[in-house]
Design a protein around this ligand. Structure first.
Ligand code: HAM
Length: 425
């Protein structure tokens, strides 16, 4: 049977679990639309350099986790490890005018070759938004609020919203120097990766997952203090707007996030739900500047993505109550020769009128069919026996009330549609 299992770090998602996914997707689509985000779908497969240049060569994702391969034409391709780079590629391809803003919402599978664990998968799913084209603290605050609004709607209450700044331009170079001076004398106590990062990309030390480095990192100076007036002012303005809008947040002085394209605001939502283990970051994002191969100018934007699997884990069971698809409303039973086709015709009409219908498709005993009707969750069973078929009649059985009545076919259909509050179209 091992061969039939999905690959490690990937899963089949079955109903009713899929209904929870739909609930999440629909809520995201609805809430993000309130902020002006419309859906963009980009390919899962992109040229490798789309990710390498934007995410950064010295990130875990690019160095260790990408699923890259050469196709038959010898091109290096990669299964997207995240959504932002592909969205930027699509926007750069379409073109964006100076001063124009594009707001997009996206979702779908992402791939990272990480060690599978609870809440950490190799194929996982993200939903995110990106507001592209403007560099304005108000947009950062709006994106953060869209995320928190969405989390409120789906009921993720045990959460902390962490924010920080990564500064921009010259500030980052200066801050990198200060960080190097701080970490270098302690290099011996740090992991091998961090010793290398001292020269290749010192920011990544702040994001190190190795517990060996955590004590040293905790004592590092807050990075915001290393920035000049412009970067400080940008961050203060984001905070001022969040304060004015009553958003609760914590400034996390060493939050840099794991991807190298960020500058200015970065944020993360960590969830203290008992259903989540160590992988408690359910969403992350921030402002970024991305340089794409073949594009003349870097593109700026701000956005975030959340992990669907992690969010569903954080929610535990109750979200399924808000499932998008309910059980069958009507069960159509057929007993006797020639009745099956009448049943199927009736079921089709009812479905066209908007009812969820489960229809018998074998010739089984009445008892067996009524057992299936109960199991289906339907409120009404419509029975077509030999007598009903001969007299163009239908029997309506109210499954939760143990009563039934037989009516002429058209009249019965009207009664059924009215029962569920549908028009007899
Ligand atoms: P990220 O923090 O790498 O950011 O991923 C965002 C979310 O995806 C995480 O908070 C987590 O919920 C989920 N996630 C990441 N890796 C895994 C995994 N292996 N298994 C399960 N869930 C996972 C980004 O990807 C950025 N593109 C976000 C962004 C958008 N920044 C600006 N715009």
């Amino acid at each position: 049977m091992a061969k039939l299992e999905p690959l490690p770090g990937t899963s089949d998602v079955w109903p009713p679990e899929t209904e929870r996914w739909v609930f999440l997707e629909n809520t995201a689509r609805r809430v993000f639309a309130l902020y002006g985000f419309a859906e963009l779908r980009t390919p899962i497969l992109e040229r490798t350099d789309v990710f390498v240049r934007s995410i950064g060569t010295d990130t875990e994702v690019v160095q260790k986790e990408m699923y890259s391969f050469h196709d038959r034409g010898g091109r290096s391709l990669t299964l997207r490890p995240e959504g932002t780079a592909g969205v930027m590629r699509a926007i750069a391809h379409q073109g964006i005018m100076p001063g124009e803003e594009k707001r997009v919402f996206y979702g779908g599978p992402m791939f990272r070759g990480e060690r599978p664990a609870a809440g950490r998968k190799r194929q996982f799913h993200q939903i995110g938004i990106e507001a592209v084209g403007k560099c304005n603290p108000a947009v950062d605050a709006e994106c953060a609020m869209a995320l928190l609004h969405f989390l409120d709607e789906i009921g993720v209450v045990q959460r902390r919203f962490l924010i920080n700044s990564r500064g921009s331009g010259e500030d980052r170079k200066r801050a990198a120097g200060v960080l190097r001076d701080f970490f270098r004398p302690q290099a011996e106590g740090m992991c091998e990766d961090c010793q290398r990062r001292l020269d290749s990309n010192v920011w990544r030390i702040l994001d190190c997952k190795n517990p060996q480095c955590h004590g040293i990192i905790a004592k590092a100076p807050p990075i915001l203090e290393m920035f000049g007036a412009d970067s400080q002012a940008f961050f203060l303005e984001v905070r001022r707007i969040l304060d004015a809008c009553g958003v609760e947040y914590q400034v996390a002085p060493h939050l840099v996030r794991g991807l190298d394209y960020y500058q200015h605001t970065v944020f993360e939502v960590v969830c203290d739900s008992p259903h989540l283990g160590a992988q408690n970051a359910i969403a992350g994002g921030g402002r970024y500047e991305i340089e794409l191969p073949g594009s003349r100018k870097p593109i700026q934007g701000v956005g975030f993505a959340f992990g669907v699997e992690r969010l569903l884990m954080a929610l535990g069971e109750p979200a399924s109550e808000a499932a998008a698809i309910g059980p069958a409303e009507v069960y159509v039973a057929a007993v006797g020769d020639g009745t099956l086709i009448i049943a199927l015709e009736l079921a089709e009409k009812l479905r066209r009128a908007g009812l969820r219908v489960c229809c018998e498709n074998e010739q089984r005993s009445m008892k067996a069919q009524m057992r299936s009707a109960d199991k289906s969750g339907a409120e009404l069973a419509l029975i077509i026996g030999q007598e009903e078929a001969a007299g163009d009649q239908l029997t309506i059985k109210y499954l939760r009330e143990s009563r039934q009545l037989t009516l002429p076919g058209n009249e019965a259909k009207t009664v059924v549609l009215e029962w569920f509050g549908r028009n007899n179209a």
